[in-house]
Design a protein around this ligand. Structure first.
Ligand SMILES: Cc1cc2nc3c(=O)[nH]c(=O)nc-3n(C[C@H](O)[C@H](O)[C@H](O)COP(=O)(O)OP(=O)(O)OC[C@H]3O[C@@H](n4cnc5c(N)ncnc54)[C@H](O)[C@@H]3O)c2cc1C
Length: 378
């Protein structure tokens, strides 16, 4: 079989692969993307679709998140993708949650663009979908965005193909990389560079390299409602106290200790299953609800209904929405670094592995891809 050629091969059409394909194509390179499935069905279509800069610590990662947001916005405008810039609200129903919000703001007043503390009545004025009972206030941030990953992960590759000449090789498994040859089940390609963005399938190519990394898997349970009636709109994405324990941006707050102690006493099931609850809405009006976090190399194939019920119970403490009818339940898996924020490896000349973005791949990938590609092309 004759070899086909490109400047750069991207292995994996999840968001990390798509972001690197765009960054390469923008630099004038001939790009081919290999995806073993008929379409990407991994973490990149299973998530909330939240671009969540406020979860990233100030400095390099926050800047990367904001760069990604800028690129998402540009593409969304060009393609006509759902891109809802309603921001986020972290709601506070306990004094220890207010304390974390206040400390976060005093530590980061210059960093998180436009974020501010709202009183309870200002919060309700901002969105009347929140439960007003015992509400003490909220932390508002304007930078968070809802996209629809199910839409985006279908439209982005098509757009890369039609606007940037990217070659899409779906239903094509990359079996081995022996530069300059990419060996697939549908013939070989010859390329100058390869970027391996294989998500949770990371043991298939370069297993020895991954075995040296502090990496595990994280399984998350998710749900979505039917489309909300009468064009009901969520407004800002919502979350509450449990989320403060989850994101690295809050880790510097010493007041977090007291909050954790309360949750350990009152909600041990939630901490055991890594549950924190976020709510987003897609362009069909469905509410996307999650999630739990189980860290393990071998993922339990079965979902736990008591976890789903715990997620819904906590959600009901802070949001009022018309239809509670659940239409879908699913789980997603991403590779998670025990320490570190991403893996970038060079297992052989011309090959770069990019992985391990954990729960922030939608938020960070476009920014990270710009950094990786700038280094590679230079
Ligand atoms: C439930 C859930 C909720 C989340 N919520 C958010 C959120 O709201 N915001 C956020 O920023 N992040 C979120 N994340 C994290 C985000 O989804 C991930 O970080 C991101 O999708 C990882 O992208 P990826 O491209 O590395 O992996 P994937 O999307 O899994 O893509 C990897 C692709 O590589 C392909 N592949 C692997 N090996 C080969 C091979 N040898 N040949 C060909 N193809 C191959 C696979 O088939 C797969 O399609 C969430 C994740 C989950 C699971």
């Amino acid at each position: 079989m004759s070899k086909k050629t490109a400047d750069i091969a991207i292995i994996g059409a999840g968001i990390v692969g798509i972001a690197h394909a765009l960054a390469a194509a923008k630099r004038g390179l001939k790009v081919v993307i290999f995806e073993r499935n008929e379409q990407a069905v991994g973490a990149s279509i299973r998530n909330f679709g939240l671009l969540w800069p406020i979860g990233q610590p100030s400095g390099k990662l926050y800047k990367r998140a904001m760069k990604s947001r800028e690129i998402w916005q540009d593409i969304a405008q060009k393609i006509g993708l759902y891109f809802n810039t309603s921001g986020s609200l972290h709601l506070a129903y306990h004094q220890d949650e207010v304390a974390v919000h206040e400390e976060f703001m005093s530590l980061n007043s210059d960093t998180f663009e436009g974020s501010k503390l709202l009183t309870a009545s200002e919060t309700i004025q901002h969105t009347n979908n929140v439960n007003p009972d015992k509400l003490l206030g909220s932390l508002y941030s304007p930078t968070e965005v809802m996209i629809d990953p199910r839409e985006a992960m279908i439209e982005l590759p098509k757009w890369l193909e039609s606007n940037h000449g990217v070659i899409l090789q779906y239903s094509t498994n990359v079996r081995a990389i022996n530069m300059p040859t990419i060996e697939t089940n549908r013939g070989n390609w010859s390329v100058s560079q390869a970027i391996v963005c294989s998500g949770q399938d990371y043991e298939m190519l370069y297993p020895d390299w991954f075995s040296k990394e502090p990496i595990t898997r994280c399984k998350l349970q998710m749900l979505s409602t039917v489309p909300q009636p009468s064009a009901w709109k969520l407004g800002s994405s919502l979350c509450a106290g449990l989320t403060l324990l989850h994101y690295d941006s809050f880790k510097a707050c010493t007041s977090l200790k007291q909050l954790r102690q309360r949750f350990e006493k009152t909600m041990p099931f939630y901490l055991k299953h890594g549950i924190h609850v976020l709510l987003s809405q897609n362009n069909k009006g469905e509410l996307i609800i999650g999630d739990s976090h189980h860290y393990c190399l071998t993922v339990d194939p079965f979902d736990q209904e008591d976890i789903n019920q715990a997620i819904l119970n906590y959600l009901r403490t802070f949001v009022l929405y018309p239809s509670t009818q659940i239409s879908r339940r699913w789980n997603g898996v991403y590779p998670k670094l025990i320490s570190g924020t991403e893996i970038i490896l060079t297992p052989s000349p011309g090959v770069t592995i990019v992985n391990g973005l954990g729960g922030a791949g939608m938020t960070l990938s476009f920014g990270l891809a710009e950094e990786v590609m700038t280094k590679l092309v230079n």
